[in-house]
Every structure is written in C-alpha cells, then in structure tokens.
Design a protein around this ligand. Structure first.
Ligand SMILES: Nc1ncnc2c1ncn2[C@@H]1O[C@H](COP(=O)(O)OP(=O)(O)OP(=O)(O)O)[C@@H](O)[C@H]1O
Length: 269
C-alpha cells in the first residue's frame, strides 16, 4: 500500500507544485491520476520515486509511505530496491544502445540469477522487443520505444509501477495497446499509478482515480464513479454525464468515447 499524506512540494523558492495532497494506492490496484497541464501530476510521481531532487524540487511538507516505510526521504536507487519503479514521461530509452542492452540496463539492480527470468517475462509481455533485440533503441517507432521504456522498468519485477503519460503522442490504436498492456501488468500482480492526459483510456483501465487541480487534490474515488461525474465528463472526457440515451443521441464525443471504451473491452455505459 502506498500512502501519500498531506504532501507539499516546491521547485526552487517560489513554485509550489503540490499542496497538502493525500490519498492511498491499494496493493494490486490501478490508480489513474488526471489533471490539466501543470496540475502537478509529474511532480507527484517524482515525489513518490524520489527523483524530485533531479528536477530541482523538494518535499516541503507531509510524507510518502510504502507499506509503512517512509520513502520520501530515500534516494531513487533505494526506492527501486523496494520494487517501486517509475517510467518517466517521454520514452527515455538509451537511443544508441540496442533493445537488449536497454533491457539489461534495467536489470542492473536485479540479482544476476534472476535476470534471465525477468527478461523472459518482459519478452512475453512485449514480443516485439525480442524481435528487435539487436536494433538501436533510437530507431524504434514511438510506440515501440514506449514499450521498451516500460519493459526496461519491468525488468525489476516491480510491485508498483509509476507510468507518466505512456500514451503521449501515440496513434489511437497504440493508445489502446498501451491500455491493454497496463491491464496485463496489473493482472500479473503489479500495482500501477497511471498519469494520463488521455482520461478515456486511463479511466477505462483504472479501478481508482484522483484528479489534481493546480497542485491540490480535487476528486478521488472509484474510476467508474468519477467517470460518471459531471466535472470529469466535462473537463476530461469531452462530454457530459453519460447514459444510454446520450450514447444513442447525436453526441459525437460521447459516441467516440463509447467506441474507445468498447475497443478496450470495458464499456460500462
Ligand atoms: N523542474 C521544474 N522546475 C520548476 N518548476 C517546475 C518544474 N517541473 C514542474 N514545474 C512546475 O510545477 C507545476 C506542476 O508541474 P507538473 O509537470 O508536475 O504538472 P503536470 O500535471 O505533470 O503537467 P503536464 O501534464 O504538462 O506534464 C507547474 O507549475 C510547473 O511549471
């Protein structure tokens, strides 16, 4: 269980990016984090993964706990050893290294005897990475690079994975694929915190969701309940509170949304 308790974060002297944020991520759940640009979503993930300092930020109040252990005072490597791993925004693969070398780099903190099994698990999740193992990572497509970034993080067999905008800039079909991958990762027993601009995908795969607004927690609850609220519909799903009648009516955003949810196999409308 991950517990965010009254967390406040600042960059430099002036920018207060998070203010008094509290919520919990239960073991084995998928929690979506929604919010507009600049709401503090990436900051939240950095505070959890211990990487705030790399960006000139610091926790100035509250705490983050993983299974009762305070982690906001730990360095990123110690947090990875607790099997909590972040995939940062922007598919940060090692472009000149091969796919195989990228995966091996992800396993540096893994005991050598466990590396082959981790690699097999990752390749069964992403068969394309096996097919491209000798290719330079920088020559992969955007979607493949995102899979490599997630695959590299999965080499540590994390119990909790933090994903920052994995669908950013990807074609709709690939966004659907990323949604399925999150489900598969979850089904294998890894909890996921999913930051997404694509609220439709995120709410479709998540069981819980939080909404950040200008650094504060605005909403929290079961993903399907949040998806049905007027505010989330209007601000993040491009429509209004849905019903069968809406889906049948001439409401393009609602119809598109229904189609995307169906594609993910989770339409609840
Ligand atoms: N390295 C940094 N130095 C200074 N300010 C920062 C830094 N990173 C983020 N901020 C500021 O902190 C606030 C929260 O930014 P953050 O990137 O966490 O938001 P976000 O919700 O992830 O936005 P986006 O969806 O655009 O990535 C913003 O005001 C942003 O300008």
């Amino acid at each position: 269980m991950l517990r965010i308790d009254d967390l406040s974060v600042r960059y430099g002297r002036s920018v207060k990016a998070l203010r008094g944020v509290s919520f919990e991520v239960p073991d084995g759940s998928v929690t979506a984090v929604l919010g507009s640009n600049g709401a503090g979503k990436s900051t939240l993930l950095r505070a959890i993964s211990g990487t705030l300092g790399l960006h000139g930020g610091a926790v100035i109040g509250g705490r983050v706990e993983l299974d009762g252990t305070r982690i906001d005072t730990m360095n990123p490597a110690a947090i990875v050893r607790l099997r909590l791993v972040q995939v940062p925004e922007g598919r940060q693969v090692f472009a000149r290294m091969s796919v195989e070398e990228n995966l091996r780099a992800g396993a540096l903190s893994v005991a050598p005897k466990d590396r082959d099994a981790a690699r097999e698990r990752v390749l069964s999740l992403f068969p394309i990475l096996g097919e491209r193992s000798g290719q330079a990572a920088g020559l992969l497509s955007g979607g493949e690079q995102q899979m490599l970034a997630i695959g590299r993080a999965m080499m540590t067999s994390p119990t909790m994975l933090l994903l920052d905008e994995p669908s950013l800039g990807l074609a709709p079909q690939l966004v659907t694929r990323i949604g399925s991958i999150v489900r598969e990762i979850h089904a294998q027993g890894t909890a996921v915190v999913l930051v997404e601009q694509n609220a439709t995908m995120a709410l479709a795969v998540a069981d819980r969701a939080v909404v950040l607004e200008v650094g504060e927690l605005a909403l929290e609850g079961p993903a399907d309940e949040l998806a049905a609220t007027e505010d989330v519909q209007r601000l993040y799903l491009g429509g209004h509170a849905t019903s069968e009648a809406d889906a049948d009516a001439d409401e393009e955003p609602v119809r598109e949304r229904a189609a995307r949810h169906r594609a993910l196999g989770v339409w609840r409308g």
